[in-house]
Ligand binder design. Sequence first.
Ligand SMILES: NC(=O)c1ccc[n+]([C@@H]2O[C@H](COP(=O)([O-])OP(=O)(O)OC[C@H]3O[C@@H](n4cnc5c(N)ncnc54)[C@H](OP(=O)(O)O)[C@@H]3O)[C@@H](O)[C@H]2O)c1
Length: 334
Amino acid sequence: MKAFAQDRYGGPEVVSLREVTEPRPGPGDLLVDIRAASVNPVDFKIRSGTLKRLIKDSFPLILGCDCSGEVVAVGDGVTKFVPGDQIFARLRKERIGTFAERVLVDAVFAAKKPASLSHAEAASIPLVGLTSWQALIGIGHVEPGARVLIHAGSGGVGTFAIQLAKHLGAVVTTTASTKHHALLTRLGAAHVVDYRTCRFEDAVDLCDFILDTQGGETLERSFKVVKKGGVVVTIGGSPDATFAKAWGLPTWIVWALRLLMRNVTRLAREKNAHFEYLFMRPDGAELERIAALLRSGALVPVIDRTFPFEETREALAYVESGRAVGKVVIVQER
Ligand SMILES: NC(=O)c1ccc[n+]([C@@H]2O[C@H](COP(=O)([O-])OP(=O)(O)OC[C@H]3O[C@@H](n4cnc5c(N)ncnc54)[C@H](OP(=O)(O)O)[C@@H]3O)[C@@H](O)[C@H]2O)c1
């Protein structure tokens, strides 16, 4: 089968289209014929080796973390899916590889694709949908009437998280360039703050929950607008020591992150806020709940551009530009 693979970490030039051996399903696996795969910023971070302390990669490495496609074979013990099923999934971080014609997916991480969605639409959801779900519901316990701030509302995560927060009954504020305001209002944002012309902390009321996608200065400034006892979740920038410990990273990394994140720790303490770095995880049960909301039309995919499979490197470069509005999806016609 064909796949975009790399033999070392590096820039865009390390990824090339080549023939690789088709994988065979083991116990609990689905072999999936990929019809569409989304591109996420994590892909170029893995490609370059930025995340090598968090994710143990092996080479040749095929990028791509989520997909939609057809099950063509199942391994022993799989009872929930049969060949012919249309599924979508976020793959386990140790076994990615959706920028290929076929891939192995752990059956426990897959869900049936809503029939109302195309494969491109379905593929746009798993990583950003689960990230939003785990932040807003799993950590934030966002309830009706909650004031929620979502940074970078126009991004892949933001366009989904705004909709989910609104669906949960929250009053949503988001940061974005003015040109995206109409879209984000349509998705459910009550207030849109132009991060290029205005310091958001001067324009935002105190919030119960903040989803930070940027890290660094944006994260630190976010504590100015979190209520006492509120929740700040970051998915951008650096993990903190608590996360590093929970992931069993070496002690020197735990200490380095404690030092690096000491301002954030202090700011959280001053606001008596719960602060957490989230690295999202695959979860088939949560994806099924997201699928139900997609079926009902409560949530809709937001796709900026699709690229044919042969243009996978161009799709990666487009996301790496940091200017995508919603999701970028690689599509394979069969
Ligand atoms: N830890 C995790 O589990 C996890 C999961 C998912 C994503 N992430 C991370 O979260 C970040 C966002 O992911 P994504 O998929 O949403 O990225 P994305 O789709 O590439 O985000 C691009 C969008 O961000 C906007 N943007 C850029 N800088 C901004 C700023 N300072 N304030 C407001 N908007 C800004 C851009 O709008 P303009 O063109 O108008 O600037 C653009 O529309 C990435 O770093 C990603 O790696 C982490």
